[in-house]
Design a protein around this ligand. Structure first.
Ligand code: NDP
Ligand code: OXD
Length: 311
């Protein structure tokens, strides 16, 4: 039986759940946690399924040909493995659907002024704020990939005008700009900016004081991608000055967000614990199993992450 390694740095419960579901989806292989492999078995392994793995465990597999990540974002793998092995990331329509749903939910939260009404309730204030229709609330999607396209579709179906910003101006049924000039144009014309970019050398710190100052007075930010894309201190400054109204953050420089972080208690920030797109273990396992089965049958690798671009 072909042996596949499983390498994860999570709780025992999470690991047991993944192993159970993956073994049901791939009954024809022997899926084993790396720590259970003896020396001879380590030499047999060509494929590993990983969730935030310890790179040392992967380096102990001398015949490893590629790894399948259970995560969509792979910046940590790219940094830790440094191009030593091809990486396939999770692309799951159910994950994209879940992200689209989250973007719509938190956009409605902002468009319907829910943070302000929650504050008014705490202060026992009965004040009706002006209503802003979706058609009057312009949305920007930074990164129109799997997640961005799913989010745009949900937003447009709900009546929000959407503009995208992307590395390549790829075909979409909404306008998509690219390059630094395109970014300024998109930021200047958006009431809510949604970040769905991968974290790379190019996107780290992209949303800084300059970018935030280009957003209109009163605009809001949603970051569901990766924390370091937004410069937290610059965001806090823009919120404190009242230039921005609110930020919804699901991702942070350090996760879990440290107790001492000022983001927790900022009145204009909503903190979420990295839940905007929740991985469905069943759909994800079926996709991983399909990719591995195809490789075992044909020798063909699924589409791998571009090592130079980092996503
Ligand atoms: P994709 O690779 O499908 O999409 C990324 C998009 O960003 C592509 O369209 C790409 O353009 C664009 N892009 C990359 N670099 C740049 C750049 N420098 N300037 C402009 N555009 C750029 O990834 P996904 O949509 O699947 O995921 C995006 C990110 O979302 C993940 O990397 C992950 O960090 C995050 N994520 C967060 C989750 C959560 O729960 N919070 C869950 C899942 C993902 P092009 O194709 O033209 O190169
Ligand atoms: C991610 C994921 O990349 O949850 O954040 O897959």
């Amino acid at each position: 039986m072909t042996k596949i390694a499983f390498v994860a740095r999570g709780s025992e419960g999470e690991e047991a759940q993944w192993l159970g579901v993956l073994r049901s989806a791939l009954p024809e292989v022997s899926l084993l946690p790396c720590r259970d492999l003896d020396e001879a078995s380590r030499h047999e392994i060509e494929v590993a399924i990983v969730a935030n793995p310890d790179p040392a465990e992967l380096r102990a597999l001398p015949r490893l040909k590629w790894i399948h990540s259970l995560w969509a974002g792979v910046e940590r793998l790219m940094a830790e493995l440094d191009g030593s092995v091809p990486v396939v990331r999770l692309v799951d329509p159910e994950l994209s659907r879940s992200m689209g749903e989250a973007v719509l939910a938190w956009t409605l939260y902002l468009q319907r002024d829910m943070p302000a009404y929650a504050d008014q309730q705490r202060r026992k204030l009965w004040t009706q704020r002006p209503y802003r229709a979706p058609s009057e609330c312009r949305l920007a999607i930074l990164g129109t990939g799997e997640m961005g396209q799913a989010a745009a579709a949900r937003l447009m179906a709900a009546g929000f005008p959407v503009t995208g910003w992307n590395r390549t101006p790829k075909g979409a049924d909404f306008p998509v700009h690219s390059g630094p000039v395109g970014l300024s144009r998109v930021l200047e014309a958006s009431d809510i900016v949604v970040c769905l970019l991968p974290l790379t050398a190019e996107t780290r710190g992209l949303i800084d004081a300059k970018a935030l100052s280009q957003m209109p007075h009163g605009a809001s930010l949603i970051n569901f991608a990766r924390g370091p894309i937004v410069v937290a201190a610059d965001l806090i400054d823009a919120l404190d000055r009242g230039h921005l109204t609110h930020a919804v953050l699901d991702v942070f420089d350090q996760e879990p967000l440290p107790e001492a972080s000022p983001l927790w208690s900022h009145p204009r920030i909503t903190v979420l614990p990295h839940i905007s797109a929740t991985t469905n273990v069943h759909t994800a396992a079926a996709i991983v199993a399909g990719n591995i089965r195809r490789f075992l049958d044909t020798g063909d690798l699924p589409k791998t992450v571009d090592q130079t671009r980092g996503y």
